[in-house]
Design a binder for this molecule. Sequence first.
Ligand SMILES: C[S@@+](CC[C@H](N)C(=O)[O-])C[C@H]1O[C@@H](n2cnc3c(N)ncnc32)[C@H](O)[C@@H]1O
Length: 241
Amino acid sequence: MIDLYRAIQNGSINGRTIRKYLEREGTQLLEKGEAHYYYIRERFNECGDPFDFIFLSRSCFNGMMRFNKKGGFNVPFCRKPERFRPALITKIVNQVEWAAKAMEGKDWQFLVQDWRLTVGSARAGDVIYCDPPYVGRHVDYYNGFTEEEADALAQSLIASEAGFALSMWLENKYRRNDYVDRLFSDYPQRTMEHFYHVGPQEKLRNAMTEVVVLSENVAATPAEVPESPLPLFERAELMDV
Ligand SMILES: C[S@@+](CC[C@H](N)C(=O)[O-])C[C@H]1O[C@@H](n2cnc3c(N)ncnc32)[C@H](O)[C@@H]1O
């Protein structure tokens, strides 16, 4: 994902190049069916080309992002060889152009690094948006983000002179996340209902209340919501509690 944003930032992926790529690979998918999807998936797992990442994210099962322990993308095909119709290609082109416009003239750096480095380098006036693995939901990740690590992350956000926004699950009809109550009960929170359409079993596809915990200074700043009808990845609507 970082490589994708870098490619949009340096212009190698733009509206024209992604259209050309998707028209070519979409035609191949139509002709060869799932064999072509798996060919691209293998190529992506060898080379990590962000063009292929877009192809996979838009033609895999349920648009899911899942990687195996070795870091290989392992989501199966959505089984729709006709997936890349002109309307979808145009939608993706618009999303890429929207992202490019958002980055224009900004001195942004996209980095992959441990959260300790990122949080540690933030200064007063910065805002940290933190979207860590959900605690207490081990089914979701292979990467072993432990409760201790989650607690350490919360402590370092609280100790940081920068503002923060932290997203986390809050509750579903079975249980409530004690992490949020234990560490952030004094902090402003915004919640939203979210319905999980992705899950191995029907009964796991439940409504969930998600929360964004904010530092006081971030909560006090009026939100500027940019016009973005076509984001690259799904946007959440936030509601006040
Ligand atoms: C909820 S996901 C974030 C999803 C992302 N914000 C998005 O919209 O696609 C949590 C991420 O934290 C990453 N992660 C796990 N341990 C980490 C660590 N020690 N430092 C930084 N990131 C970590 C995981 O690999 C995973 O991608």
